[in-house]
Design a protein around this ligand. Structure first.
Ligand code: ADP
Ligand code: ASP
Ligand code: MG
Length: 440
């Protein structure tokens, strides 16, 4: 008998109807022993995610406001699921406990984690499987950094003796026992951790699309599904904006070589996407795998005559960023030019101080700030050493009259990143997709 870990995202556990699909999927294969649910997500496009409601409830409590109306939305949501499933189990005591803790000053992380906790509680009753709280297994250091080795040992020790279980996603604990969540979308990480900890044969990630698509379906109508890709390609696409899987979910499964399947709860028969290490000696094919991007970057472009000969220029620049606690995304460079790409929200409110210090430490001839930039990555293991790929990409963008403000080709040759104005973001993605859609 094999072991599959099946993670179900917010839309897959959004209401009783979705949970019935989850049960049918779990019951269809006895290997599906460990189940990791998210908190209930949106049922319709204008619905609330339970996690968003919980963050708002905590903010109300912290602001001294009454939490009643917001918490009621959460309680009603779970109450309806329990009633519609006819579970005959009383969730009220658990809800009342969560309510009181939020009212009495619980942290944002604790509060948000209750979405997954309550979701897990309901699912464990519905599937008749034990609830295993990740608070006892998933560990962070005092600074909130995830501790992979300690966690894997704890997961293995706790779940190794269980035949099956429901493990809520998204959170673990700090050394003092308080709850700590991953970043948004982090139930994907929990699923990967559980998969590694129990030595799963497959990590199944069930969502609302039939696999990873070549690009974001909200930008391009019905993009092709990617049948298979490598962990590295997925990491690039996920980090750059293909939010279907949290980019940090890749590490635990990659280390253990556990394949990931991205599957659709609403269409369980469709093949979905399979993510593996891939053959090491795959021949370059000239094909691309996918396109992903994000808006809202700020680029600092520095120019200085003879920068190439100036020892320590880059170090001084990076030291300024480090001093301000700023992490950078990309650093494309030329002979006398160097640009730093930063996330807008990371520099917001402290750009002036940063620029003044860069001016002082690096003394560039020019220092230009380009706010409102979007980055789009075209990713594919088949791209390396194939000159035609870049020509096709840049030719298509030129034909569409899109002004490319920055180009960065990762040293892995796995991707080409272009920077354009935020306003050109969607058109750039659509243009690149159209250029490679046939992928021949
Ligand atoms: P879940 O709640 O199941 O974790 P998410 O909302 O986190 O689901 O991720 C699924 C969504 O990701 C899809 O509904 C889709 O809108 C979006 N998405 C963005 N880029 C892609 C892509 N390249 N392929 C598939 N889905 C994508
Ligand atoms: N519920 C959390 C969120 O909305 C985690 C997740 O769904 O993966 O971000
Ligand atoms: Mg998600």
């Amino acid at each position: 008998m094999g072991i599959r870990v099946s993670k179900f995202g917010g839309s897959s556990v959004a209401d009783a109807g979705q949970l019935r699909k989850v049960r049918a999927i779990i019951e269809a294969d006895t290997d599906r022993r460990f189940v990791v649910p998210s908190a209930p997500g949106r049922r319709t496009p204008d619905d609330h995610k339970v996690t968003d409601l919980l963050y708002r409830t905590q903010a109300a409590a912290a602001g001294g406001e009454s939490i009643g109306p917001l918490f009621d939305l959460v309680a009603e949501r779970f109450g309806k699921i329990v009633a519609d499933l006819g579970l005959g189990f009383d969730l009220e005591p658990a809800l009342a406990d969560v309510h009181d803790r939020i009212r009495d000053g619980a942290s944002a992380d604790y509060t948000a984690s209750r979405g997954e906790y309550l979701s897990g509680l309901v699912l464990s009753k519905f599937l008749d499987r034990p609830l295993v709280d990740p608070a006892t297994m998933i560990r962070f250091d005092p600074d909130g950094n995830f501790l992979p080795e300690e966690t894997q040992a704890a997961v293995n020790a706790r779940l190794g003796t269980e035949d099956s279980g429901v493990i809520p996603g998204f959170y673990g604990t700090l050394p003092d026992g308080s709850i700590k969540t991953f970043s948004r979308g982090g139930s994907d990480i929990t699923g990967a951790i559980v998969a590694r900890g129990v030595g799963a044969d497959v990590y199944e990630n069930w969502t609302d699309v039939s696999g990873l698509l070549m690009t974001d379906p909200r930008i391009v109508d019905s993009p092709r599904t990617i049948e298979e890709l490598t962990y590295r390609e997925l990491r690039e696409l996920a980090y750059m904006g293909a939010t279907v899987l949290h980019d940090e979910a890749i590490f635990p499964v990659r280390e253990a070589g556990i394949p990931v399947h991205i599957l659709n709860t609403n269409d369980p028969e469709s093949a979905g996407t399979r993510i593996t290490r891939g053959g090491l000696d795959q021949a370059p094919t000239g094909r691309i795998t996918g396109i992903a991007g994000r808006r809202d970057f700020t680029i600092l472009a520095l120019e200085k005559t003879l920068m190439n000969a100036e020892v320590g220029f880059g170090r001084r620049l990076l030291a300024v960023l480090e001093k301000h606690g700023i992490s950078w995304e990309h650093i494309p460079s030329g002979i006398d030019t160097l640009s730093v790409v930063l996330k807008h929200d990371v520099v917001a409110g402290r750009l002036d101080a940063l620029l003044a210090e860069i001016q002082k430490e690096c003394n560039p001839d020019t220092l230009v700030v380009q706010p409102g930039m979007a980055l789009i990555a075209t990713v594919g293991r088949g791209m390396s050493h194939v000159p035609g790929t870049a020509a096709r990409l840049f030719g298509a963008l030129a034909d569409a009259g899109i002004n490319i403000r920055m180009i960065d080709q990762g040293s892995s040759e796995l991707n080409i990143i272009v920077g354009v104005e935020n306003d050109d973001f969607e058109r750039t993605v659509q243009t690149i997709y159209a250029a490679f859609e046939k992928n021949d």
